[in-house]
Design a protein around this ligand. Sequence first.
Ligand code: GDP
Length: 411
Amino acid sequence: MSDGGIDIRSIRNIGIAAHIDAGKTTTSERILFYTGKIHKIGEVHEGAATMDFMEQERERGITISSAATTCYWKNHMINLIDTPGHVDFTMEVERSLRVLDGAVAVFCAVGGVEPQSETVWRQLDKYKVPRIAFVNKMDRVGANFFDVMSQIEERLGATPVPIQLPMGCEEAFAGIIDLVEMRAIEYTDELGTRMELEEIPQAYVDEAQKWRERLVESLAEVDDEIMEAYLDGKEVSREKIKEALRFGTINLKLVPLLCGSALKNKGIQLLLDAVIDYLPSPLDIPPIKGVNPLTGEEVVRHTDPEGPLTALAFKVLVDPYVGRVVYTRIYCGTLHTGMSVLNATTGRKERVGRILRIHANKREDIDSAFAGTIIAIPGLKGTRTGDTLCDEKEPIVLEGMNIPEPVISLA
Ligand code: GDP
């Protein structure tokens, strides 16, 4: 099953979680900037960008102003879901976390783990959302990658595993060492166009070697094959390291740690690569549960485009161009325009006239959307945030969501 060349395995539904001021907005904008350079899937205009381009995009208001924004990176579809900045466990937070398959936790390299980042982290823990951590603002005075790493370990009880090292910091933050590929990326211009060095600079070789060994050591804990190689003193291949990192991240055993400076355009492209490499696709997440509102029986639905339609309306917004739209995550089945769906929460049927994919600066009409995707549906008058939309023949109300209204009429 594919959608414009994208299959379910290539979808990433992610949120960016952060303490206020850590750089969530800047990081999101930079992600849209770099992914915006890919106008068609597979067509990458590398190095073609100028500062002008960025300014133009800014003028057009290329910011995350919607509940979810679709962008593409290296033949993958990334749906960036807006996570509310609330600090408490409200229904709103619950709903937005429910639709994420993975998250990027952004920390300030100076402030580290702040009280609010702790709250957000605990929420992600509660919903078992796999995550990677991005230590932002490496260019600021007082930035310290290793302090933030210790704080993540001590205060959040997580196992951060550096997969990068900063080359220099504060004013002198010039690049990043990639511990998986064992190469250095030096940034030479304002747009963060990267220059790959063939070798890690001599001054960093020992440190990089030490942290590469630690990386392998941490992975030995989650992968038997790496453990054996480690004990035998054998080399572990780059592919094997990536596979174990992905497995460990998806299974919540470890958190890959990255660094950069969103403001200075450093590290964003590597962050996007890590989203693709280590965060789960909709096929990697556990099946979603709910209840049949007619029988009270528990129902389990897998990410299957051929299965019965199961979708969650997670946010209702008024779009300046389209009017009221219902942001919807499809967990199972395929939604087509013209289809009649059951809102199992209200017991009423609704017709889906249009399906929209929301990009940073445009709305795209699509004919269908399958399990794993996130779309916006205009014109669903009776659907509220938290309602379950499904196939009327196989009704389901998703667990923990709005309780169905007392009288259910399937007429
Ligand atoms: P948010 O509250 O988490 O969305 O944070 P913002 O993205 O709005 O950033 C807060 C402030 O930090 C703004 O003034 C940004 O320009 C600044 N900022 C963001 N990223 C960086 C960075 O990498 N380096 C520096 N020095 N400042 C940054």
